[in-house]
Design a protein around this ligand. Structure first.
Ligand code: NAD
Length: 446
């Protein structure tokens, strides 16, 4: 599905008309490009202390131009606001106001990243207020940005410091085109687990991954991105989608497996296929999902039960099998598709929201089972993404849904796929039990 309005306000005469009329002007987002892994332009690092020094060194090791003070009118690619030592709300002022003074110099498609510690771990109320304050500042700032720029945060939990591989992985992701549709979000790094990849453009080299619901839409895009990052990919979908599934498998030199994930033997068939073809399974992406929308007053048991069965019950059953199987690597990664409907709720989607909120509960409760083995499980919660699923929405609702985000547009399947590839990488092992929204900072609900 193409967003014609987005194309119109970015070309010639219609661009000028939109400007004069003060209409929303969503920017064309700067997405992943192999030759430009990180957003171009100097990175201004604001804040003092060990974390600021350590992250500045990390950025220099990535050949970034690092500034510790703003140079008036110099265009910036990104601003890093290091606030991990904030002990009182007053401590937020200097870094926040310095960032504000440099905002006009942030180039289109620029990035802001905060670094802080969790309020829940603060020893005293003033520190908790300061840490929670970062949340409010970041989320508001993300709403203020234009030109396709984004603002996100990294939270250092459980005493993790800036040298943790997952801090580097999160920073690399947030400063790259791979996070183009992620804004107003925090990535919590809870341990020093993980390994920096030799090549950031091949973060899944040698891994074997399975993606369910991969015949089209977001699933097909996930399969492509995992392949691009170096993984062998098994694509799974229902037999009725066999032809499309085979086309995806051929395109990415992967293998196709026709199986309905609600079947009791679905996990065993996936494990047997992975064992036979690749000898192991390292990454599971639970993407297959359905909607059967109705107001609850008109809901019937078949709509309710089928959504729960496909979207969450199947995953619970399959995860139990994966975790007890020797084919699934001890440090395996699982990423599940949730939805912003599972966080904020959505009219007509009580069944779907129950299933997607269920995914969030499942991920949080499964994370401690995987952590001791070096594994992880996380969820990605897309907002409005341009796929067959959203193409079925009424035209006006679709237009409104697109504009109601800070980036004023729907996301693309690849935006969800990039976030999933990041969470599936070894470098992200310190991110566990989290939900990452890929929603352009959708303003509906939470
Ligand atoms: P889609 O309908 O385009 O594709 C879903 C795929 O899953 C299809 O190929 C379908 O055949 C497959 N599938 C359905 N039931 C299956 C089963 N029982 N066994 C195996 N495969 C099955 O959907 P999409 O928009 O690409 O969404 C992918 C995921 O992202 C879903 O979990 C969806 O809930 C979630 N999501 C999508 C959006 C969005 O805006 N499109 C937003 C939030 C969350």
């Amino acid at each position: 599905m193409t967003d014609t309005y987005l194309s119109l306000v970015n070309s010639g005469l219609t661009k000028e008309i939109a400007k004069k009329l003060g209409l929303p002007r969503p920017a064309i987002l700067r997405r992943y490009h192999p030759s430009k892994p990180l957003i171009p332009g100097p990175v201004l690092v604001l804040g003092k202390g060990e974390t600021a020094d350590s992250l500045s060194s990390l950025l220099l090791s990535w050949d970034q131009d690092v500034r510790r003070h703003a140079t008036p009118r110099e265009k910036l690619g990104a601003i890093l606001m290091v606030l991990d030592e904030a002990a009182t709300p007053e401590d937020l002022g200097a870094v926040s106001l310095d960032a504000g003074a440099s905002l006009r110099d942030l180039a289109a498609g620029g990035r802001i990243v905060t670094v802080s510690r969790p309020a829940a771990e603060a020893q005293d109320p003033a520190a908790a207020a300061a840490r929670q304050g970062v949340d409010g500042t970041l989320r508001s700032l993300a709403h203020e940005l234009r030109g396709g720029s984004t603002a996100n945060g990294i939270v250092l939990a459980n005493g993790t410091d800036a040298s943790a591989p997952s801090v580097a992985a999160a920073l690399h992701f947030l400063l790259s085109g791979r996070s183009a549709y992620v804004s107003g979000q925090f990535i919590t790094v809870g341990s020093a687990a993980g390994e920096i990849p030799q090549d950031w453009n091949a973060s899944l080299a040698g891994k074997t991954a399975v993606v369910t619901g991969a015949a089209r839409g977001i699933g097909a895009s996930i399969a492509r991105v995992l392949h691009r990052e170096g993984a062998n990919v098994i694509v799974v979908d229902v037999p009725a989608a066999g032809e499309q599934l085979a086309a995806v498998a051929n395109e990415i030199h992967g293998t196709a497996l026709q199986v309905d994930i609600t079947r009791d033997d679905a996990a065993d068939r996936i494990l047997a296929h992975a064992a036979e073809r690749y000898g192991r399974l390292d990454i599971v992406i639970h993407n297959a999902g359905i909607t059967r929308d109705k107001l609850l007053a008109n809901m019937d048991a078949s709509r309710w039960d089928s959504v729960i069965a496909v979207n969450v019950a199947s995953q619970l059953r399959m995860n139990s099998r994966f975790l007890e199987s020797e084919t699934f690597s001890p440090d395996g990664r699982i990423v599940s598709l949730a939805s912003t409907s599972g966080i904020a709720g959505n009219r007509g989607q009580t069944n779907y929201a129950a299933s997607k909120a269920g995914i969030i509960g499942m991920v949080r409760a499964t994370a401690p089972l995987l952590a001791p083995r070096g594994g992880s499980i996380n969820a990605v919660a897309p907002g409005f993404i341009e796929t067959d699923m959203t193409a079925r929405m009424p035209a006006l609702t679709r237009q409104v849904a697109r504009r109601l985000s800070s980036l004023q547009q729907g996301g693309k399947p690849v935006d969800v796929a990039e976030a999933i590839a990041f969470l599936a990488s070894d470098a992200a092992a310190g991110v566990n039990g989290q939900v990452l929204r890929v929603c352009g900072q959708n303003m509906v609900g939470a």
